[in-house]
Write a protein that binds this ligand. Structure first.
Ligand SMILES: C[S@@+](CC[C@H](N)C(=O)[O-])C[C@H]1O[C@@H](n2cnc3c(N)ncnc32)[C@H](O)[C@@H]1O
Length: 270
């Protein structure tokens, strides 16, 4: 098996243990309470998703979500009346989503196990392709992007979130796994690949993303980072540490050093 396939298998193995955002939920799996708790937690710690996704603007549109995870955003596309299609590398995610849709008695067009690097959809197919925190986990994120652009209609929208390597959260990972472990010269890329969720996770600078995008038939509407609860260390108990993180965010330019980098793109028509 090639190194690429082995890497993808380890990504799938990681996310098959638990879809993103379900790991701290104590309610009975797949119960209504379970899904309510996931949703409440997600939009409490990541409220910026609503401003970025703008779910209700896609009523009646054909939307593909790449990497649905536990399906919290996917449910918003369905509730908003979009023709919703979803894919994820794992059975765990697809099972979560199917249970979730049944719990709320709503229907999507299709949810399937599929690899973002090889999407099973025709060219120029979707009004919007949305992917939140996914492609940087795949061994070849640029191939995911190629596929996302391919299946988007000319003039259609693409909304993607990837991690920002020049962020406070990434710096805290460096402190925890590099500097404080006596490895001041450990590279940030390596630290994130080894310690941030599934094996091999990547994170980008603005310059790298612009460089990648210049080879694609897309117009950049907005490329921005936002300070997240992760940069503000929401999970720490100590108020002092949280206050320090808040001050660090203010001094470092606030959003500029945020962990989430959002790409709002339009596929060019020419
Ligand atoms: C951090 S979770 C994000 C899930 C969801 N978008 C969310 O925000 O909760 C990453 C997801 O990406 C999926 N994933 C990783 N690589 C993928 C690939 N090549 N194709 C499809 N899904 C992939 C994983 O299975 C996992 O469900």
């Amino acid at each position: 098996m090639s190194r690429h396939n082995t890497a993808k298998e380890s990504v799938a193995r990681y996310w098959n243990q638990a879809s993103c955002g379900t790991e701290f939920i104590e309610e009975i799996k797949h119960s209504r309470e379970y899904f309510e708790a996931i949703e409440q937690f997600r939009y409490t710690i990541e409220p910026e998703i609503f401003a970025f996704a703008q779910f209700t603007r896609f009523h009646g549109k054909k939307v593909l979500e790449v990497g649905v995870g536990a399906g919290t955003d996917f449910l918003q596309w369905v509730r908003a009346g979009a023709q919703a299609y979803g894919v994820d590398l794992t059975h765990e995610a697809v099972t979560n989503v199917l249970h979730r849709l049944a719990t709320y008695n709503v229907a999507a067009c299709d949810v399937q196990v599929a690899d973002a690097e090889k999407l099973n959809f025709a060219d120029n197919n979707f009004d919007l392709v949305y992917s939140w925190g996914v492609i940087h986990h795949s061994p070849d994120p640029v191939q995911c992007l190629r596929e996302i652009v391919r299946v988007t209609k000319p003039g259609g929208s693409i909304k993607i979130m990837v991690y920002n390597r020049r962020s406070l959260f990434a710096f805290y990972q460096y402190l925890q796994h590099g500097l404080l472990r006596g490895k001041p010269f450990a590279s940030m890329k390596k630290i994130l690949a080894q310690h941030q969720e599934s094996p091999g996770t990547q994170a980008y600078t603005f310059k790298e993303i612009k460089n990648i995008l210049k080879d694609f038939p897309v117009r950049i509407n907005k490329l921005q980072a936002s300070t997240t609860s992760h940069d503000l260390l929401y999970y720490k108990k100590s108020k002092f540490i949280k206050a320090c993180a808040y001050i660090a965010a203010c001094l470092s330019g606030w959003d500029r050093r945020g962990w989430f980098m959002t790409l709002d793109l339009t596929k060019r028509e020419d």
